[in-house]
Design a protein around this ligand. Structure first.
Ligand code: TGC
Ligand code: FAD
Length: 396
C-alpha cells in the first residue's frame, strides 16, 4: 500500500487523484503533450536557453499537434474546452516557460483577439495561417513608461486617408521580431484605445530584440517601434472598444499561465524528490530521510495540489462562461508565486548541483521570475483582488 502511494505521487504529481475528474480526451491530451515535451523539447531546450534562442523548429510540430488556437473553434482550430487547453499549457511549461509563452501569445493574445474582435476577412486570412504555424503573432500592449498601467499608453493612431498612421513604442514584446503580425494597442484620436493589425513589412514598423536576459532566454523579447507607420483601414480590429478589449485577452493568457506555472513546479518537485532519495550525507542515509528535507517536499506537493484544484475549478467556471477576471487573478497570482518558491526550494535541495544546467530547476526558477512579472505583476493581482474584496481600488 505504502509503495503504491509512493509510485503514484512520483509518476503524476497527482496526490488528490485529479485524473479521476479528467475526461478520457483530457487525459490523452495531457499524456500526448507530455510525450512531445519529453521527446522533442527536453533534449534541446537547455542549449536554446544557454544560447538565448527560441526553438523555431518546434513551431511546425506544435501546429500539427493542434496546440495553436487550441481553445478556439473553426478555422482548423481544435475547439478544446478550457481544462484541455490548460493541460497543454501545464505540460509545455513543464518543458520551459518560453515555449509555453510562445503558445500562450499565439493563442490567447493573437488568435483570440482576431477571432473575437476581427472582421470575417481578418479571421479567414489570419487564423488558418496562425493555427498552422505559417504565421507568428505578437501582442503589443506594454510601453517603456506604461507596464502595470497600460491605460496611460502613449502610442497614437490617427485616421489618414484610407488608413491609419501609428506612432509610439511598445516594450517587452514576446515574439516581436519573429512575428508576421502584431496586435498593437493604440489610442485612436477622438475614439479611445483600439487594437490594430500591424504587419512585419509595414513601412515605419521595426522590432529590436532585448539581449542578455537572465530569464525566459528561450523566448524572443523585443521592442516594437512605430514611426509614422501607415496601415490600411481594414487593419483595425473593429470590435475593440477600449482598454477592456485588451484586458479580455489578458484573461485568457493569465488562465494559461496559472496552469503553466504548475508544470514548471511539477518538474522542480520531481527533480528534487528523485535527488533527495539518491543523495547521501551524514552516515550514508539519503537526505530525504531528514525531517527538514521532507518538510520542503511536503510544502511543494501540497502547494502544487492546491494549485491544481484552483485551476481545475477555474476551467470548469470558464467552460460554463461563469469565470470572473478576479478569479483568474487569484489563480495566476497564487500559482506563479508557489511555483517560484518551489523552484527555489528545489534549487536549495540539490545543493551545488542545483545551479547546473544538467537539472532544469535553475532554468525554471529564473523563468518564473518573468512569469511573476508579466501578465500583471504579483502585486497588481494583489490589488485586483483587494479591489474585489473591498470595492476600493488601491492602484493610485
Ligand atoms: P479599470 O478602470 O479597472 O477597468 C477598465 C474596464 O475594464 C474592465 N476590466 C476587465 N475586463 C475584463 N478583464 C479584465 N481582466 C479586466 N480588468 C478590468 C473593468 O471592469 C472596466 O470595465 P467598464 O465596463 O467598467 O469600463 O482599468 P484600469 O486602467 O484601472 O486597469 C486596471 C488594471 C491595473 C488591473 C489593469 O491595467 C491591469 O491588469 N494591469 C496589468 C497590465 C498587464 O497585465 N499587462 C500585461 C501585458 S501582456 C503580457 O504581459 C504578455 S506576456 C506574454 C507571454 O506569455 O509571453
Ligand atoms: P512596473 O509597472 O514599472 O512595475 C514595477 C514594480 O512596481 C512591480 O513590482 C509592480 O508590482 C510595482 N507596482 C506598479 N504599480 C504599482 C501600484 N499601483 N501599487 C503597488 N506596486 C506597484 N507585454 C506585452 O504587452 N506583450 C508581451 O508579449 C510581453 N511579454 C513580456 C515578456 C517578458 C520576458 C517580460 C519580462 C515582460 C513582457 N511584457 C509583455 C511586459 C509585462 O507585461 C510588464 O513587464 C508587466 O506588466 C509589468 O510592467 P513593468 O515591467 O513596466 O513594471
Amino acid at each position: 500500500m505504502g509503495t503504491a502511494i509512493f509510485v503514484s505521487v512520483a509518476e503524476n504529481v497527482d496526490f488528490m487523484r485529479l485524473d479521476d475528474l479528467l475526461s478520457q480526451e483530457e487525459r490523452l491530451i495531457r499524456d500526448s503533450v507530455r510525450g512531445f515535451v519529453e521527446e522533442q523539447v527536453l533534449p534541446i531546450i537547455e542549449d536554446h536557453f544557454q544560447a538565448g534562442t527560441f526553438p523555431l523548429q518546434l513551431v511546425d510540430p506544435m501546429a500539427r499537434l493542434g496546440y495553436l488556437g487550441a481553445s478556439l473553434t473553426g478555422y482548423n482550430c481544435a475547439g478544446l474546452k478550457p481544462v484541455g487547453y490548460g493541460l497543454i499549457m501545464q505540460e509545455l511549461e513543464r518543458g520551459d516557460s518560453g515555449l509555453r509563452s510562445f503558445v500562450s501569445v499565439q493563442n490567447a493574445l493573437v488568435m483570440y483577439p482576431i477571432h473575437r474582435f476581427g472582421s470575417e476577412e481578418q479571421r479567414a486570412w489570419w487564423l488558418p495561417r496562425l493555427q498552422g504555424g505559417r504565421a507568428i503573432g505578437c501582442f503589443g500592449l506594454t510601453e517603456p513608461d506604461f507596464g502595470s498601467n497600460p491605460a496611460g499608453m502613449r502610442t497614437k493612431a490617427r485616421r489618414d486617408g484610407g488608413g491609419f498612421v501609428l506612432n509610439g513604442n511598445k516594450a517587452w514584446i514576446t515574439n516581436g521580431s519573429i512575428a508576421d503580425v502584431a496586435i498593437v494597442w493604440a489610442r485612436l484620436e477622438g475614439e479611445g484605445i483600439r487594437g490594430f493589425l500591424v504587419e512585419r513589412a509595414d513601412p515605419g514598423f521595426s522590432a529590436r530584440d532585448y539581449r542578455h536576459k537572465h530569464s525566459l532566454r528561450a523566448s524572443v523579447t523585443s521592442e516594437l517601434v512605430l514611426d509614422d507607420c501607415w496601415i490600411p483601414e481594414d487593419r483595425l480590429l473593429s470590435g475593440t472598444t477600449g482598454l477592456k478589449s485588451a484586458l479580455m485577452c489578458l484573461n485568457k493568457a493569465r488562465y494559461g499561465i496559472a496552469w503553466g506555472a504548475l508544470g514548471a513546479a511539477m518538474a522542480c518537485f520531481e527533480t528534487a524528490r528523485r535527488w533527495t532519495l539518491d543523495r547521501r550525507q551524514f552516515g550514508g542515509r539519503p537526505i530525504a530521510s531528514h525531517q527538514l528535507v521532507q518538510q520542503k517536499l511536503v510544502y511543494m506537493l501540497t502547494e502544487i495540489t492546491k494549485g491544481q484544484l484552483l485551476t481545475y475549478r477555474l476551467g470548469q467556471l470558464m467552460d460554463r462562461g461563469q469565470c470572473r477576471h478576479d478569479q483568474i487573478s487569484m489563480a495566476k497570482r497564487n500559482n506563479v508565486a508557489v511555483a517560484l518558491r518551489i523552484a527555489r526550494l528545489a534549487r536549495d535541495l540539490l545543493g551545488a548541483n542545483g545551479i547546473l544546467s544538467e537539472y532544469p530547476v535553475f532554468r525554471h526558477m529564473s523563468n518564473l521570475e518573468t512569469v511573476s512579472t508579466y501578465e500583471g505583476t504579483h502585486d497588481i493581482h494583489t490589488l485586483i483582488l483587494g479591489q474585489s474584496i473591498t470595492g476600493i481600488p488601491a492602484f493610485e
